[in-house]
Design a protein around this ligand. Structure first.
Ligand SMILES: [Zn+2]
Length: 262
């Protein structure tokens, strides 16, 4: 569960604790149990599950008449692979069931996408808080798109780092690399609007994910800039209160080539 308030709480009033930064609600006096919430998502993969293989009997396969054929049930004979093997259907993986989430209230329409607003921290180590705004492709505020690897340099796809979402501060666990990027992009002066695939798309909603992936070209084209996050090792610290701006890294020719790709 990403919601940690009392069920009766309808007017959240959340502030980070001054000592450890963990949010607490002044309305219902609830505090998230981050260890339990992390354990709840420990078995989930950020990648959508692969569809199950169709039973061989549904594939309408036939053997070429010019090749010798033997029909027999049992294990594959290493000396004769022309064998009909009975393959049991695999059990669904734990990742195929969706975790209950209060973050995404409904599936996005084909003309919609989400923008992530990074809240401004008071201190650099404050917990990461974001708000999600649903926009139309022809009606949205300026935002920057992002490019990064979910697993980072260590290819660690574990959902281990909490990001707090919306007025309820729902907990949404992300990979450490995604979390590091969000933390790096925050400004102490203002909110910042970005598009981050792992959060702006409900990864557990197969229909929404497929639809949004097909729209990614438009999402990148309509962004005011593209942030390429290569990891904290490649990032240079900026003076307090400053944010990274789009740089003219691409010549006009390369920019046109990039648009073709997208
Ligand atoms: Zn509450």
């Amino acid at each position: 569960m990403s919601r940690w308030h009392q069920d009766s709480c309808t007017s959240p009033n959340v502030f980070p604790n001054s000592t450890d930064g963990i949010p607490q609600c002044h309305t219902c006096h609830a505090v998230p149990d981050l260890a339990k919430l992390a354990a709840d998502v420990a078995g989930y993969s950020p990648w959508p599950p692969l569809p199950p293989d169709e039973p061989l009997s549904d594939l309408h396969l036939f053997w070429p008449p010019t090749v010798k054929y033997t029909q027999r049930n049992g294990p594959i004979d290493p000396n004769n692979n022309h064998v009909n093997q009975v393959i049991p259907e695999s059990n669904p993986s734990p990742a195929s069931s969706s975790p209950v989430s209060a973050v995404y209230s409904f599936t996005l329409g084909s003309d919609q996408f989400r923008i992530l607003w990074l809240s401004s921290p008071r201190q650099p180590d404050d917990r990461i808080h974001v708000n999600l705004e649903i926009c139309g492709f022809d009606d949205h505020p300026d935002y920057e798109s992002t490019s990064y690897t979910w697993g980072g340099a260590n290819d660690d796809n574990t959902l281990s780092k909490p990001v707090f979402v919306g007025p309820y501060w729902h907990v949404l666990y992300q990979t450490e690399n995604c979390w590091s990027m969000l933390k790096f992009l925050r400004s102490t002066r203002t909110r910042r609007a970005v598009w981050v695939d792992a959060i702006c798309i409900n990864q557990q909603d197969g229909m929404e994910r497929a639809n949004q992936v097909s729209k990614m070209g438009s999402i990148y084209r309509q962004a005011s800039g593209l942030i390429v996050f290569l990891g904290l090792d490649a990032a240079e610290p900026l003076p307090r209160g400053r944010v990274y701006r789009q740089k003219r890294l691409l010549s006009s020719l390369k920019a046109r080539e990039l648009r073709k790709i997208l």
